[in-house]
Design a protein around this ligand. Structure first.
Ligand code: ARG
Length: 263
C-alpha cells in the first residue's frame, strides 16, 4: 500500500515536472535542485539535458563521444526521434550542442513497480567533440562507502510538486548512504531499497535531487556512482534520494553502449 503510494508519487511527480515550464522567481535565491546553487557547465561537463519538444524532461551523463547514460524510467514513453540532447551548456534552453538521437536501450530487468535496474543508454546521431564544456565521466567500479561526499546536478525542481524546472544547471553536495544503511531502520524505506541502488542525503534533510533531475549524475571522487532514480518526495530527513548503482550496473552499461555502437 505504502509502496504503491510511493511509486505513484515518484511517477506522478516526474511526469508533472516534464510539463512545467520555468517560472521566474526573482527573489528566490534559495535552493534549486533542492538546497543547491547554480553552477557552470565547465564544472559539470558530463551533464546533459534530455528534451522533448524543447522541454527538458530528464538529465543524463556523457559516457563516450556518442553515448549518454540515463535512467530507464525517463525513456518509457519516448521514441529516439522525439528526443534531443543538449550538451555543453548550463542553460538547458540555449548554447552548447543540440543533437538528435539515433537509438536507445533500457535495461531489460527494469521494473517500474520496484524501480530496480533503472538504467538506459542513448546513442547520439553524431558524436560530439570534447572541450572544456563537454567531457565524459568514468563509471565507478565499486560502490561508494556511507559518508563519502558526492555531488548531484540537474535542472530539476527546487521543491517537490510545487517547484519548477530550472533554466540554469544547479548542483548540491550530499553524502552517500550505502544500500545496506539506506534500507536499515535509520530511514523509512526498509526493503524498498534493494541491490542495484545507492542513496544519498544530508543529515536532517534539506538537500536532494528532485523531479526533473532523474537520469542525471551523482558523482563521487570523480566517478559516476549513481543515476538519479527515485525518492519519497524530495529532501526529507527520513527519506534519502535513491539512485541506480553504477558500480552494480556498469557491465550492463558497457555491453549495451558497445551494442548500440555496432548497429
Ligand atoms: N523520479 C524523479 C524524476 O524523474 C526523480 C526523483 C528523485 N527524487 C529524489 N528525492 N531524489 O525526475
Amino acid at each position: 500500500m505504502f509502496r504503491q503510494a510511493v511509486v505513484i508519487f515518484v511517477l506522478f511527480g516526474c511526469t508533472l515536472a516534464g510539463l512545467i515550464e520555468p517560472r521566474y522567481k526573482p527573489d528566490d535565491f534559495g535552493g534549486r535542485i533542492v538546497g543547491g546553487e547554480p553552477t557552470t557547465i565547465e564544472k559539470f561537463p558530463y551533464q546533459v539535458s534530455l528534451q522533448k519538444g524543447g522541454s527538458h524532461f530528464c538529465g543524463g551523463s556523457l559516457y563516450s563521444p556518442n553515448i549518454i547514460v540515463t535512467a530507464a524510467h525517463c525513456l518509457q514513453s519516448v521514441k529516439p526521434k522525439e528526443i534531443k540532447v543538449r550538451l555543453g551548456s548550463a542553460n538547458y534552453q540555449s548554447g552548447g550542442e543540440y543533437v538528435s538521437v539515433r537509438s536507445l536501450k533500457y535495461h531489460e530487468g527494469y521494473d517500474s513497480s520496484i524501480m530496480t535496474n533503472d538504467v538506459a543508454v542513448i546513442r547520439l546521431d553524431t558524436p560530439v567533440r570534447y572541450s572544456n564544456r563537454i567531457q565524459p565521466i568514468k563509471l565507478a567500479t565499486t560502490n561508494p562507502r556511507t559518508g563519502a561526499p558526492a555531488v548531484v546536478s540537474g535542472w530539476g525542481t527546487e521543491k517537490f510538486l510545487v517547484g519548477s524546472i530550472q533554466k540554469i544547471l544547479q548542483q548540491v553536495q550530499v553524502d552517500i548512504v550505502s544500500m545496506a544503511d539506506c534500507s536499515s531502520t535509520k530511514y523509512k524505506y526498509g526493503s524498498q531499497v534493494r541491490e542495484t541502488m545507492v542513496c544519498a542525503n544530508v543529515e536532517g534533510g534539506g538537500k536532494d535531487a528532485c523531479q526533473g533531475d532523474s537520469g542525471g549524475p551523482l558523482v563521487s571522487e570523480g566517478k559516476l556512482v549513481g543515476i538519479v532514480s527515485w525518492g519519497n518526495m524530495c529532501a526529507r530527513k527520513d527519506y534519502p534520494g535513491v539512485y541506480s548503482s553504477v558500480a552494480d550496473l556498469r557491465s550492463w552499461i558497457e555491453k549495451n553502449a558497445a551494442e548500440l555502437n555496432e548497429q
